[in-house]
Write a protein that binds this ligand. Structure first.
Ligand code: SF4
Length: 255
């Protein structure tokens, strides 16, 4: 009785297998190299998902440095080197009350600027940069912070990161991507780059992130770096990107 019942099952399944194997048509060769990118971590669908989740997690992410115009943002960004944004925000109101314009700052003695910014650290160099920036903006750019990367890079104290902050946040110009310590660390953890040099990391990110996300991406990643993907012990269990991340730094994994 058992042998009779099993026979029809074998007959039903056998022809399907036989027809595939016996086909004389040449097999269609799939080309995984063409269909998926060389590095799946950089696949547009993965990048889109990262951007989508960041946007959802930090819908109001913006620059934490208080400022009323491009000049104030430039100075605040110079001051933020090796210093917290909160500390900079404590210093700048009085600094700009005393020296509200590039011209006023250009005329201020450097020791007077140093006195105002001392608590932000490295105040000798920072005061020199701020004074130099004020003079150049007054003398060459008619008191206006320029709107191009090339011009900004001629201003003392303004390297590429600072220029990107000013262009993106003050003017809404996506000339590049701000790569600070958070963006660098998280881009590496998310396998978006293998580089450690900020300029190379920026180039890598500019290749894979759509230009209309360049400005917001940095704001969101900086927030993520401060709140969740912190340097020493990332809070992976709370991370919106956890299922997309295979960093060796992870402290928790769902997969
Ligand atoms: S899973 Fe962890 S390491 Fe990866 S991005 Fe999130 S917090 Fe950072």
């Amino acid at each position: 009785m058992k042998a009779k019942a099993a026979a029809p099952l074998r007959k039903k399944t056998a022809p399907k297998v036989a027809s595939k194997k016996s086909s004389s048509r040449p097999a269609i060769k799939k080309s995984p190299a063409k269909k998926s990118p060389a590095n799946p971590d950089l696949a547009p669908s993965r990048i889109d998902e990262i951007l989508h989740r960041l946007q959802k997690a930090y819908p109001n992410a913006k620059c934490a440095l208080h400022h009323r115009n491009a000049w104030e943002l430039l100075v605040a960004t110079i001051l933020s080197a090796q210093c917290t944004d909160a500390r900079v925000n404590m210093v700048t109101p009085e600094l700009f009350r005393k020296y509200p314009t590039p011209k006023a700052m250009a005329e201020a003695p450097i020791p007077a600027i140093e006195e105002e910014i001392r608590s932000t650290g490295f105040y000798h160099n920072k005061a020199k940069s701020i004074s130099g920036a004020a003079k150049r903006i007054t003398e060459v750019f008619h008191g206006q912070v320029p709107r191009t990367m090339d011009e900004l890079l001629t201003i003392p104290g303004a390297a590429r990161k600072t220029a990107n902050v000013v262009l993106g946040t003050a003017y809404g110009i996506a000339s590049g991507i701000v790569v600070d310590t958070h963006v660098l660390r998280i881009s590496r953890r998310l396998s978006l780059t293998k580089n450690t040099d900020p300029k190379k990391v920026e180039q890598d990110l500019m290749q894979i992130i759509p230009r209309d996300h360049w400005i917001q991406f940095s704001h969101e990643v900086i927030h993520h770096g401060r709140q969740v993907c912190i340097a020493r012990k990332p809070r992976c269990i709370d991370c919106t990107l956890e299922t997309l991340c295979h960093s060796s730094d992870k402290t928790w994994s769902s997969h």
